[in-house]
Structure formats: structure tokens, C-alpha cells
Design a protein around this ligand. Structure first.
Ligand SMILES: CC(C)(COP(=O)(O)OP(=O)(O)OC[C@H]1O[C@@H](n2cnc3c(N)ncnc32)[C@H](O)[C@@H]1OP(=O)(O)O)[C@@H](O)C(=O)NCCC(=O)NCCS
Length: 147
């Protein structure tokens, strides 16, 4: 029998589902359901924007993604929504949790318990961001162009 480790405690009440995507023909796999690669690309982009807003730094990179469990899917014409929530702030990094839901079937499509982003300086080295709490505003948005 397959072994499944028990998921860590969930915090989904705090997740804001901000971005929606419409599943188009080019997003399908050979089974006619949503292609995982398209979904992961959308999540990574969404997480990048979230990290920029939280760390006030446009030079952020994905460092780590934990296990991804695709529990249900979507078909052409479905609408999915993605949500993220910061769960920890390190020195140069931040960790977030992601969830994707199908707005048509109302089922969860996947969760990613840990996505870690690192903020870098102009030399591409980890850069201390100084933040310990989530912002729900745009107060940290960088104003200067990238060097
Ligand atoms: C991001 C990068 C500069 C970090 O370099 P590094 O030598 O690992 O740096 P550090 O060891 O100082 O770690 C930096 C931070 O990442 C965290 N980190 C490193 N490895 C990690 C891992 N496997 N899982 C989770 N966090 C990790 C560290 O804990 C540290 O966090 P903190 O500063 O908040 O304490 C380097 O790994 C890199 O360039 N990776 C490629 C990133 C990339 O191209 N991503 C895909 C495209 S966006």
C-alpha cells in the first residue's frame, strides 16, 4: 500500500485567492486536463510577485519548492484561482504556502506547503530584507528601476 505522509497543519483561512486563470486549449495535457507545467509556471509567477511585494525587492528568486500533490484537475474552460500566504520571514528569504482551487468544481487542485524565495542584491547575493511580518499593503513596493 502506498504511504502518504500526513500534511502539516493548514492555514488556509488566511490565504487570499487573488489571481484567476481561464484554462485554455494550450494549457492541456494528453489526457485533456490541465497541464501541470502550465500550472507550476502560473504559481511561480504569482509567488514571485508576492515575494516582490513582501520583500520590497524585484531581484527575488525561487530557492525551494516542497512536495506538490495534484489532488484534482481542471478541464478546458474551467476557471482556477491561486492563493498564497507568507508563513515565515528569514534573513534574506521568505517562505509561503500556495493553494490552487477549481472555481467550477470548487475542489482543491493542489497545495504547496513551502515555497522559499530569496531576495538578492545587485551582485546576486542573498540580501537581508529586514522584514518579519506580512504586509497587506503596497508600502514596500520598490520605486527605483532595476540597476
Ligand atoms: C538563491 C541563491 C543566491 C542562494 O545562495 P545560497 O548559497 O544558498 O545562499 P545561503 O546559503 O546564504 O541561503 C540564502 C537563504 O536561502 C535559504 N536556503 C538555502 N537553501 C535552502 C533550501 N534548500 N531550502 C530552503 N531555504 C534554503 C537559507 O536558509 C537562507 O535564508 P535566510 O537568509 O533567510 O536565512 C542561490 O542558491 C541561487 O542563485 N540559486 C538559483 C536561484 C534560481 O535561479 N532560481 C530559479 C529561477 S528564479
Amino acid at each position: 500500500m502506498a504511504e502518504h505522509s500526513s500534511p502539516p497543519p493548514r492555514d488556509s483561512v488566511e490565504i487570499n485567492f487573488r489571481t484567476r486563470k481561464w484554462v485554455r486549449p494550450e494549457d492541456l495535457n494528453a489526457n485533456g486536463t490541465l497541464f501541470g507545467g502550465s500550472l507550476l509556471k502560473w504559481i511561480d509567477e504569482e509567488a514571485t510577485i508576492y515575494a516582490i511585494v513582501q520583500l520590497g525587492n524585484r531581484r527575488v528568486v525561487t530557492k525551494f519548492m516542497s512536495e506538490i500533490n495534484f489532488v484534482s484537475s481542471a478541464v478546458q474552460g474551467d476557471v482556477i484561482e491561486m492563493g498564497l500566504h507568507a508563513t515565515a520571514f528569514g534573513t534574506s528569504s521568505m517562505t509561503m504556502r500556495a493553494e490552487v482551487r477549481n472555481m467550477i468544481t470548487r475542489k482543491s487542485i493542489l497545495t504547496v506547503d513551502r515555497i522559499v524565495f530569496v531576495g538578492l542584491n545587485e551582485e546576486g547575493q542573498p540580501f537581508p530584507h529586514g522584514f518579519t511580518e506580512i504586509t497587506y499593503d503596497r508600502d514596500r513596493m520598490p520605486q527605483e528601476p532595476l540597476a
